[in-house]
Design a protein around this ligand. Structure first.
Ligand SMILES: [Zn+2]
Ligand SMILES: [Zn+2]
Length: 354
């Protein structure tokens, strides 16, 4: 059996290990890819740090970590027709069953029987990975190969920004982690006329500006609601894109949203929140909307066009590149917040596949 390197969560304690494991064998409906690049998601950091969420969510160990991927297809399962060897793919990480009520009605991204790479099944922090062919997204040639690993979180940003009107609208993005930063860039491309962001990390504040925020506020120093109202003629923003999961940011966001506005939420709070429903939602007549994953696959078509047209440039969003072996450095950086997307590159040894 051929071996490969993989970053594996071996024990239910903080950390992960680089170990030799068997190269996975694709099933009839899968493809085997040689991983070109993979990027670290907040989810991976939670699993690495082994926080409460990870302890409750991860069912079985050991498991290969990671889910964001750019890979070259090197082997096809016997039933796979629409992909060929040599294709460069990204992957939708929500694995849908294809036959439940939700899959049948256009909601495959929240499939009732769904599972997720690197959370429920082995992931992609490795030299090679198996991807269900139905989840592979073949990259257009014009798009740089390693961008493919960032398409999945970019899809979260595109899904959130385009979940309602954005052209000609003012927007508040709360939280400038990687998806917050991408949401700023996407909002700009889609014609938002004033983009205000909130963030406490200096590195990310600067990056938010660089990626298109008109004003970046630091909630530790600035009085956010007051500044937002000043910036919007006392009205409040038309759209909130909540990316932080932080209770005080969420409270400020409700108070900063104009009556009749849209509140789209991707950030996940780690405990239940208290909200004044009457004041903040009902009488304000706002739309509150949870966002999960990406529409399969209309979000992917949209973000591919943004990238292949050159309208959206991911280069400033990819802040660091490391070899896979250096995953601990990447995790530390992610924990510090002094980064945006951190990419890991496996150095495959072809010989070992013989
Ligand atoms: Zn992710
Ligand atoms: Zn389903």
């Amino acid at each position: 059996m051929a071996k490969m390197k993989a970053v594996v969560k071996t024990k239910p304690t903080p950390g992960a290990e680089l170990v030799d494991v068997d190269v996975p064998v694709p099933g009839p409906n899968d493809v085997l890819v040689k991983v070109i690049a993979t990027s670290i998601c907040g989810t991976d950091l939670h699993i690495y740090e082994w926080n409460k969420w990870a302890q409750n969510r991860i069912k079985k160990l050991p498991q290969i970590m990671g889910h964001e991927l750019s890979g070259e297809v090197i082997e096809l399962g016997t039933n796979v027709r629409h992909i060929k060897q040599g294709d460069i793919i990204s992957a939708e990480t929500h694995i849908a069953c294809g036959h439940c009520y939700l899959c049948h009605t256009g909601y495959a991204h929240i499939c009732i029987n769904g599972s997720i790479f690197g959370v429920d099944v082995n992931g992609v922090f490795a030299d090679y990975a198996v991807v269900p062919a139905a989840n592979a997204w073949v990259l257009e040639e014009k798009i740089p190969k390693d961008f493919a690993s960032v398409m999945e979180p970019l899809g979260n940003a595109v899904h959130t920004v385009l979940a309602g009107d954005i052209a000609g609208r003012t927007a508040l993005v709360t939280g400038c982690g990687p998806i917050g930063i991408m949401s700023i860039a996407v909002s700009r491309v889609c014609g938002a006329t004033r983009i205000i962001a909130t963030e406490i990390n200096e590195y990310r504040m600067q990056l938010a500006k660089k990626c298109g925020a008109d004003l970046v506020l630091n909630p530790k120093k600035d009085s956010v609601v007051k500044r937002v109202l000043q910036e919007t003629d006392g009205l409040g923003v038309d759209v909130v894109l909540e990316m932080s999961g932080n209770p005080s940011a969420i409270k400020q966001a409700f108070e900063s949203l104009r009556p009749g506005g849209r509140f789209s939420i991707l950030g996940i709070p780690d405990k239940p929140l208290e909200i004044d429903w009457g004041k903040q939602i009902i009488f304000k007549y706002i739309t509150v909307q949870g966002i999960n994953g990406r529409l399969m696959f209309s979000t992917w078509h949209t973000l591919s066009r943004f990238l292949s047209s050159g309208r959206l440039n991911l280069e400033p969003i990819i802040s660091h590149r490391f070899r896979l072996e250096e995953f601990e450095k990447g995790m530390e950086l992610m924990a510090s917040g002094n980064c945006c997307k951190v990419l890991l590159y496996p150095q495959s040894k072809e010989k070992s596949l013989a």
